[in-house]
Each structure stands twice: as C-alpha cells, then as structure tokens.
Design a protein around this ligand. Structure first.
Ligand SMILES: Cc1cc2nc3c(=O)[nH]c(=O)nc-3n(C[C@H](O)[C@H](O)[C@H](O)COP(=O)(O)OP(=O)(O)OC[C@H]3O[C@@H](n4cnc5c(N)ncnc54)[C@H](O)[C@@H]3O)c2cc1C
Length: 605
C-alpha cells in the first residue's frame, strides 16, 4: 500500500534487505516472532497512524493545549491514542513478557515510533515518553514501584515524563536544586518515601487531561548529597498519589504555566511546582546519588527517538514535496522556449530534482542510521561477553550522531521541501510550513547539538581506550570491502576510505592539541567535529544500502522494484557527489591552526 507520509517500501527494504530483522527471531528472546508477525505489526501501525494521527495533525497544531484553572486540556485524540497504544501493545512493545510486554526487537518498536511521528509528531510523543519512563521503573525500581506504576502506564491510562530541567539547570544538570528530604531520617534506601520541593520547567506532557494520572521520573538532590552530578538521585513523583486502597489523592504538584511554542504544538510543555504545600511525596528509585546514571538510560533511548522523530517529520515533508513536484506545472525545458508548448511538471527540472534528492538522501540515510542503532540494541540484548560489550560501545558512540545529524539536517531538509512548493510552501495551505516548525525542536531537546558534540569528542571517542571507534571502523571497513566487490560502487568505496583517512588525520591532530593546549582547545570545535563525523557515518549507511540494492536491481521481478532500487542507486550517487565532499572542507577547518572561537572575547561582539 503506497503512503506519502512514510515510504513503506523503504521501511521494508531497510528492515529486511539491509538489516535482516527476521534473523533476530532465531534467537530464543524473540522466538515467538517472525517475518509475518513483524509485517503485521507494521501494517497495524500504519493503519492506526492513518486513523488517528494523520487526521489530527493540523487540528492539534491549530488548537494547542490550554491551561484552565490548573488543568491542562489537550486535543481529544490524545486520550484515544494513548488508550489505543496501551490496548494494542505499542507502549509495552519492547518490554519483556514477564512485565506483560510484547518482547519485540527495538528495530521494530523504533519503526513503529517513526511511523507515528511521521504522521503526527506531537501525538507520537505521549505514548513513547510513557514507555521510556516505564522502562526506568522496570529496570531500576523495586517490586512495589513496578506493581503500582507499570500496569497503568503500559496500558496508556497514566502518562510518564522525564523531569530534569530547571530554570538555572538546562544543559548543566549538575546545577539542579530540587530537594528531596527523607520522611524517615533512618530510611534512605530504594523505595523510601521523600518529601520533594522544587520547580521544573519545559516538561513535555507534564500534565494533561488525556490520561488519569501523570508519573514524573524526576531528578532531585537529597539533602546533604555531594555537589554536582554525583549528588543527583532519581524519584518517582506522581501527580496523584496512589493509596493502599487503590484511590488517588493529590500529591501537591501544580502546573504554573504552559509554554507557547514555535512548533510541536500538540503536546504541552509545562512548568511544574513540586511541594508548594510541603506535601509532595516521591519514591527513591535505586540507590541514592545514582540518579543521573539511571536517567541516562532514558535519555539515550530518547536521543535515538529524537533522531528518528526528526527524520520522520522530514520524511513526511519530503513525501508532500514529491507529490507537489509531480503535479505542479511550471516552466519549460531550457532548450525548448516555445511558449505554446505546455509547461513541465517541476519534477523534471534538474534543480528541483536536486532538492528532492537532497531530501531523499537525508531522510533515508538518517532512518538507516537510526535503525542501525536499534539493531545494535537488539544485538546487545541477545549476545554475551565481548560481543555484548562491542554492541554496547557501538551504540554509545553512535548515539550523539543519531541524535544530531537527523535533527540538524532535518531542518535543512524540511526547508528544501518548502522550497519545492515555492510561495505555497511559505503559506499554511500545505503541511510543509508546520513540518518546518515541528522539526526545529530536535537540535534543542534531549541535549543540544553543542552538548552532543562535547559528548562525542570529549567522552565517547576517548572512553575505554578508544575501543568504540575501533569497532566502528571495523564495521565501516567491512562495508567498504563489500562495496569494492560490487559493480558501480568502487569509486564510492574509495571515497569513503579517503574520508576515514581524513578522520584519522583529524583525530591525530586533535590528540596533539589536547596534549599541548588542554581540553578547551581540544573541544573548541566539537560541534564541527560532530558534523564531520556525521557525514562520514551517513556515507557509510548509504554504501550499506547501495550494496544490496545493486544486487537486487538486476534481478528485480517487478518494474516498481527496479525503479525502487535504481532510486537507491541515484540517492547514493547524490550523497557521494554532493554531501560527502563537505567532510573534506570540515576536515580543513578542524586541522586549521587559527582559533577565533577561543580567542574572541565576549567584549569583541
Ligand atoms: C519543547 C521542549 C520540550 C522539552 N522537554 C523536556 C522534558 O520533557 N524534560 C526535561 O527535563 N526537559 C525538557 N526540555 C528542556 C530541554 O532539554 C532544554 O531546553 C535543553 O536541555 C537546553 O537547556 P536550556 O534551554 O536551559 O539551554 P542552555 O543550557 O541555557 O543552553 C543555551 C545554549 O548554550 C549552549 N551551551 C550550554 N552549555 C554549554 C556548554 N557547557 N558548552 C557549550 N555550549 C553550551 C547550548 O548548546 C545552547 O545552544 C524541553 C525543552 C523544549 C524547548
């Protein structure tokens, strides 16, 4: 079934022909599933996306949540979608059978999220934020927390949130001041009750009437805790406190405002006051002062989802631009000036094809990277020992890239979608203006692009003696080797190998900079490095797709398959001609000795 907000043919290609999803079912963890059930789940997801998400995309943008007498009212679709995602198993999709989950591979759950996000990003956030919060309780909470919170969260009746940010602590969580005071000074272990006091801002889905309760996974500092990140603990703080008889009573959590946003308007972003009447109870999750470590599990998962969300919105914008370009007649071929000739559909102009190829190369390259990360999660889950460590390190290294490349490039891609529409793109007649506004959040939330750059260069590449990079290079070299054996891909294989040499030269240079001039100089261009590294990573993902596409093109049985594989070849050629060479320019910048960003003083502006 052809759809325009996602390409189901491309999903099929990536899941089955590139990443061999069905092979996971050979492992006992996933033995209840197989190709047939995976495909049925994708079909059901597409159906629900078309039934609830797509029809409300525009309405939810035009009728954002309102705060009335302390209550946040959201579009009626939220309650319906949360219940469908609960009853249909989408929230519990990645949870083990022991917790009433579906025990599905992450590659599949990630694809479901991608489909919902492409149909309506705002709506897709509610259930998957809940799944992330529930997973924290499942992994680190005790039996009581699991019993109380998981059933209503996984069934979509209660919303989950991540409550980290405070007015003075955005990127720097070390500076949070929300306090947790033990109710019984002698009981400070996991599961102990605490009194919570503080303010959190920008909390997505932090309160709303689409659910019966909201459960905050909240970071706070226990009185007397060590300073900085080593003193942060994690708490479960409900809006309504469950009592032993099953009733719920208010827990002194108040919404002081909701923010009015550029895009992503269907989901409320709230400012929350905890404990104004000194009656807000929270339950400690895991050990005291280990909160950030636990929360990183949710944040890393959320970072991959942010990348998927950005690619999904850009995919929907690309689908709209493609439809429009096929239908909009304008101008004639450069050599045919006869005004009596009918105008051409704009898709026939080379520059419009350039804009469409840019979007295709970005969207399909980004989705491949996101699924590659999900595959590493799955492989980590089913392996042991050194193999397990390998996949964990690969995922760790690629997380900032999978978060940032789709987010930053998604803005450019949706901008190109607007450009394909000309003046209509700038108006609200078509959805591309909304997509452009919706996608803009992604380089900001779940750690800004600047923070992701510092994470990649300052932590992920250097930790564990650089083993993560060694594993990644081995993966890329394996793809280069198979591309060298594939007709038509040798030049691309050589180009990617040259980029790896540039990466090597840049890292050698930065190592010297770190040793001679310290961390400030080493990390001054971390964001530029992230962009450089991201382009090389996506080139690898394109080569990874081009190898099976080249093999299948010659033997494809249907004309539509032949067109699909030829489309892959052209998009790969596009990426290697137009995008990969940008890495060379970025390498030049990274190797350049001038340091204007370090040497410019605040007074120079
Ligand atoms: C729509 C939306 C939804 C959100 N949802 C949630 C949520 O559900 N839960 C939650 O807890 N938070 C949420 N947030 C908060 C979000 O995670 C923060 O806005 C983000 O982490 C940045 O923090 P900040 O806004 O305080 O910016 P700041 O930290 O003040 O950063 C401002 C700029 O300075 C840069 N910068 C900051 N520190 C450094 C540094 N050390 N080195 C280099 N550059 C630096 C940043 O990259 C950025 O460009 C949401 C925000 C928005 C807008």
């Amino acid at each position: 079934m052809a759809t325009t907000f996602v390409s189901d043919r491309n999903l099929n290609f990536l899941l089955h022909e590139v990443f061999d999803l069905a092979s996971l079912a050979e492992h006992p963890l996933y033995r209840e599933h197989g190709r047939r059930s995976f495909d049925m789940i994708i079909d059901a997801t597409l159906k629900l996306a078309k039934e609830i998400c797509l029809p409300t995309l525009r309405e939810m943008d035009e009728q954002p949540p309102v705060l009335t007498e302390g209550r946040v009212e959201v579009h009626a679709a939220v309650r319906r979608f949360m219940r469908e995602c609960g009853d249909g198993g989408w929230i519990a999709a990645g949870f083990p059978h022991a917790l009433d989950g579906e025990q599905l591979p992450q590659m599949l759950t990630c694809t479901c999220r991608y489909i919902f996000a492409a149909a309506n990003y705002s709506l897709s956030v509610y259930p998957f934020l809940t799944a992330g919060a529930a997973r924290l309780i499942a992994n680190f909470g005790g039996a009581m927390l699991r019993k109380t919170y998981l059933p209503p969260m996984l069934s979509g009746r209660w919303q989950g949130t991540m409550a980290l940010t405070e007015p003075q602590a955005g990127s720097s969580l070390a500076d949070i001041v929300t306090e947790a005071v033990p109710m019984d000074a002698a009981a400070t272990k996991a599961g102990s009750p605490y009194r919570i006091r503080g303010k959190k801002i920008f909390i997505s889905a932090g309160d709303h009437d689409g659910v019966d309760n909201v459960v905050h996974l909240l970071l706070a500092k226990i009185a007397g805790a060590p300073a900085g990140v080593k003193g942060i603990s994690l708490f479960v703080v409900p809006k309504l406190r469950p009592q032993s008889d099953g009733t719920l009573i208010p827990n002194d959590v108040a919404v002081s405002q909701i923010y009015h946003k550029l895009g992503y308007r269907g989901c409320p972003i709230t400012e929350l006051e905890f404990g104004q009447r000194d009656d807000c109870h929270g339950t400690l999750v895991g050990a005291p002062h280990r909160g950030l470590f636990y929360m990183f599990q949710m944040m890393n998962e959320a970072r991959i989802e942010v990348g998927a969300g950005a690619a999904a919105i850009a995919q929907a914008a690309y689908g709209a631009a493609l439809n429009y370009a096929r239908l909009r007649p304008q101008g004639r071929a450069l050599g045919a000036k006869d005004p009596d000739q009918p105008p051409l559909p704009i898709i026939q102009h080379a520059d419009v094809k350039r804009m469409l190829l840019f979007q295709k190369a970005f969207v399909e390259g980004s989705l491949a990277l996101v699924l590659q990360c999900a595959r590493y999660m799955d492989l980590e889950a089913i392996s042991t020992g050194v193999e397990k460590e390998k996949y964990a390190l690969l995922l760790d290294l690629l997380t900032p890239v999978a978060k940032t490349y789709p987010s930053e490039m998604g803005i450019l891609s949706t901008s190109q979608a607007i450009q394909c529409f000309g003046g209509y793109g700038y108006c609200e007649d078509f959805p591309v203006a909304q997509y452009y506004r919706d996608v803009r959040i992604h380089p900001i939330h779940e750690g800004t692009t600047g923070i992701q750059g510092l994470d990649l260069l300052g932590r992920k590449l250097v930790r564990h003696n650089g083993r993560a990079l060694g594993y990644l290079l081995a993966e890329i070299q394996a793809t280069i080797a198979s591309a060298r054996n594939t007709a038509g891909l040798t030049a691309h294989a050589d180009a990617l190998a040259t980029s790896l040499d540039q990466l090597d030269a840049v890292l050698a240079h930065l190592t010297v900079v770190a040793q001679s001039d310290g961390p400030d100089a080493y990390l001054a261009d971390a964001t530029v490095f992230l962009e450089f590294f991201g382009i090389i990573t996506i080139a690898w993902q394109w080569l990874l797709q081009a190898v099976p596409a080249a093999a299948a093109e010659g033997t494809a049985r249907t004309a539509s398959d032949r067109r699909f594989y030829a489309g892959k070849r052209h998009a790969c050629d596009f990426f290697f001609k137009y995008e990969l060479p940008k890495a060379t320019a970025l390498a030049t910048t990274l190797l350049h000795p001038a340091r204007p960003t370090l040497e410019t003083h605040a007074r120079h502006f």
